[in-house]
Ligand binder design. Sequence first.
Ligand code: PEP
Ligand code: CO
Length: 445
Amino acid sequence: MGDWHPESWQKRPAKQQAGYPSKEALDGVITQLSSLPPLVTSWEVDALKNQLAAAARGEAFLLQGGDCAENFTDCTSPIITNKLKILLQMSLVLIHGLNKRVIRIGRIAGQYAKPRSADSETIDGVTLPSYRGDLVNGPEFTAEARVPDPVRLLRGYGRAAMTLNFIRALSDCGFADLHHPENWDLDFVRHSAMADKYHKIVKDLSHSLHFMETLGGAENPEINRVQFYTSHEGLHLHYEQALTRQVPNKTGFYNLSTHLPWIGFRTAELDGAHIEYFRGIQNPVGVKVGAGMSETYLQELVERLNPDDEPGKLVLIHRFGAHKVADGLPGLVNAVQRTERNVLWISDPMHGNTESTARGVKTRRFENILSELSQSFEIHKAEGSVLGGVHFELTGDDVTECIGGARGLDETGLERAYRTQVDPRLNYEQALEMAMAIVENQAAK
Ligand code: PEP
Ligand code: CO
C-alpha cells in the first residue's frame, strides 16, 4: 500500500463528482471536516468484518436496508425510529426462520450522495445541473438550489452524527430489549394480515427466550440491546477522504464515517478514483455487481479490493434484475470461485428491477424483487456458493412507491404517498412481507 494515501484517488478520473464553483471553499470545508471527531470506531469496523466473514461461511445472514437517499429533512425522530423498527422486525423474522444470527446494517447516517444517469435535467426548456443528493445540492428545480455547495458536507456530517447518536441510544437500552418487542410495532399496521403473522413469530421467540432464561437461571444481557451498523455509498470522495483516519495501535487507515461503505455500479471502474480510494481502507467494503461486468473484470476487482484475501473484507452486492439474474449470475459466481478468494455475496433485488409506469412514475414490482431473490438463492446453491444476505431500499413509513405485496398496491395506488426523490422503496408492510417470503422460500427448499 506504499503508494496509497487517502488523497491518492485525486490523481485518477473520478466519475459522478460535484463540480464545485470554488476550490478554496471546498478545501476550507475539507480542512474543517478532517478535524471533527469520527462517527464510528475502528473496533466496530473490525467487529463487523468478523461478522461478515461468518455470513460468507453461511453461519450468519446480512440484512442491509434503508432509503435510496436520505434527505436532511428526514433527520427526525419518527423517521429514524420507524426505519430502525422495520429493520429490527425484519431481523426477528429472519432469525426465527433462518435460524441464524442476523447482522443489521442500515443505509443510514450518511446516504446523502447520489449517482445520476445524466449531469443535467431539462424541464420546460430550462436546463439545470442534476440533483446529486443533499450532500451536494438541493432538489428544488432552481438555478440557485442546484449549485453544489460545500457547506452541505458539514451539514451532512452533522445530520449523520445526530442520526447515529439517536440510533446508538435506542440500540443500547429499553427500546431494543428483545423482552419488549412491542416497542418495535408500527401504529398503522395494527389491522394488517402481516401483523398477525409477525406477532405469532414474536410470541414464539419470546417463549424460547423465556425457556432459555429459565434454564440458564439469568437473563442474557446481550438480549437487552442490539447491534446496528451503518453503511452508505462512498460516492463523494472528498467527504470520505476527510473522515479517513489513522488510529492508535492499529495499522492502516479507516473510513470512520460509516462501518461499511460501498462502491456504486456506475463508479466501479478498475482504474477509476473510487477503486483507488477503496483499495486502501481497512473497512469491509461493498461493491455493486451486475449485468455487463465480465468475469475477468470481476476477478481483477476482487484482487484489487482484497489483496490479502481477508475474510469478511469484500461484499459483492449483485443487482441484475429478475429477468437477467439467471443469465448473468452463475458465470460471475464461478469466476470468483476460481480465484479461491473469500467474498460475501449478497443480493440487491431492487436496482435491476426499476421500471416506469405508463404515466412515467418510477416503480418496482414486489413480485420481481422476490423473484430475483429466490432465483439468487437457488443459483448460489446450485453453484456451491452461499448467498449470505440481502440489500433493500425500504422505509418504515407508509409510502406507496412499489407495486404489489399483500395489499395489492397498484399503479393508481402509487399516487397516495409517493415521496421518494430518487428510487422507489418498499413500504413498512411490503418490507416485512419480503422478510417472511424469504423465510418461506428457504423453508420450502
Ligand atoms: C443505490 O444503491 O442506490 C444505487 C444507486 O445502486 P446501483 O449503484 O447498484 O445502481
Ligand atoms: Co437506489
